[in-house]
Design a protein around this ligand. Structure first.
Ligand code: MG
Ligand code: MG
Length: 274
C-alpha cells in the first residue's frame, strides 16, 4: 500500500536526503586511485553518525556495511572491499541514512581519474535519463510514465535497462510501495498523486540488461562484464509537480563541476519533458 506523506513528513525526508547528499559530497573528494571502498565506508559511517543519523543500509536485510560500493561491471549492492580503486574505474556508491525516523537514499556513479569516452557517455546518458524520469513524476501520470521515459532515453544507445532491480517509495521504511521500474509503458502502474515520495534510480548497463549475483548473496554484476551506471534521487510530488529532495550539488561542488542538469531541472523542468 502506498503511504502518501504530509508536508511535515516530506520535510523530514528532505533532511535525511540532504544528509545523504552531503555524505556523497564528502566522499567525492576522497575518491582517487589507491583509495579503497572500505576506507570510504568508514568515513561515511562516521560522517552520518556525527550528524545525528544512522546508516540506513547497515543491517538492512543483513547488509554488512554503510555504503553499497559497486565498481565497473558491478551494478548495485556491492560490498566495500580493500581493493584499491584504479585510474579509469567507475564506482557507483549508494548511500542511505535514517534521520529522525525517516530515510534518505541516493546514489551516484563516480569516475576515478580519466575514464574512456564510451564509459563517460554511459554515465552522462544514465544521469540524463534520471531527470527524464523525474520530469514524468507529475499529477495524472502513472508509475509507468517514469520508467518509459528512462528506457526511451537509454535504449537507443544500445544500453540495457536492468529489469530485476527498481526504484521505490521512501519514508519511514527504506523500501515502500510502489515499485518504480526503469522500463515500462506510459499508461501502466499506479496513478501518481500529491504526497508520493519516490527514490527514482536508473541502473543502466553498457551492454546486456542481464545480471548475475555474486556468491556473496549481495553484489550484482552485468552478465557480459561491461560497465554499469547508477544515479538516484529522492523526489516528492508536491502541488502536482516533482520536487527533487536530494541533490548532487555537494558532489559537483567537491569536484569543481557546474550543477548542470539539476540546476536546469529546478529552473525549467519543462525542458526535460519529451
Ligand atoms: Mg539507493
Ligand atoms: Mg533506492
Amino acid at each position: 500500500m502506498i503511504q502518501y506523506k504530509t508536508k511535515e513528513e516530506i520535510e523530514k525526508i528532505r533532511k535525511a536526503a540532504l544528509l545523504v547528499s552531503k555524505t556523497l559530497g564528502m566522499l567525492a573528494k576522497e575518491i582517487k586511485p589507491g583509495v579503497t571502498g572500505l576506507q570510504l565506508d568508514k568515513l561515511a559511517e562516521e560522517f552520518i553518525r556525527d550528524h545525528g543519523a544512522k546508516p540506513g543500509f547497515l543491517g538492512l536485510y543483513g547488509f554488512p556495511n554503510t555504503l553499497c560500493i559497486s565498481p565497473n561491471e558491478q551494478v548495485v549492492h556491492g560490498i566495500p572491499t580493500d581493493r584499491p580503486f584504479e585510474e579509469g574505474d567507475i564506482v557507483s556508491i549508494d548511500c542511505g541514512v535514517l534521520l529522525d525516523g525517516y530515510y534518505g537514499d541516493q546514489a551516484y556513479t563516480f569516475t576515478v581519474g580519466e575514464v574512456k569516452p564510451e564509459v563517460q557517455k554511459l554515465l552522462d546518458i544514465t544521469k540524463e535519463s534520471l531527470y527524464r524520469g523525474i520530469a514524468k513524476m507529475k499529477r495524472g501520470n502513472r508509475v509507468g510514465h517514469i520508467g518509459h521515459a528512462i528506457q526511451n532515453h537509454v535504449e537507443p544507445h544500445g544500453y540495457g535497462v536492468v529489469r530485476e532491480l527498481v526504484g521505490h517509495g521512501l519514508g519511514r521504511t527504506m523500501h515502500e510501495d510502489p515499485q518504480v521500474p526503469n522500463y515500462g509503458r506510459p499508461g501502466s502502474g499506479k496513478k501518481l498523486k500529491d504526497g508520493l515520495v519516490l527514490a527514482i534510480e536508473p541502473m543502466i548497463n553498457m551492454g546486456t540488461h542481464r545480471i548475475i549475483q555474486y556468491p556473496d548473496g549481495w553484489t550484482i554484476k552485468t552478465a557480459d562484464g561491461l560497465p554499469s551506471a547508477h544515479f538516484e534521487h529522492d523526489v516528492a510530488l508536491i502541488n502536482g509537480k516533482p520536487e527533487i529532495l536530494s541533490t548532487f550539488y555537494y558532489i559537483y561542488e567537491a569536484l569543481g563541476l557546474p550543477l548542470g542538469e539539476e540546476d536546469e531541472f529546478r529552473r525549467n523542468p519543462d525542458k526535460w519533458k519529451m
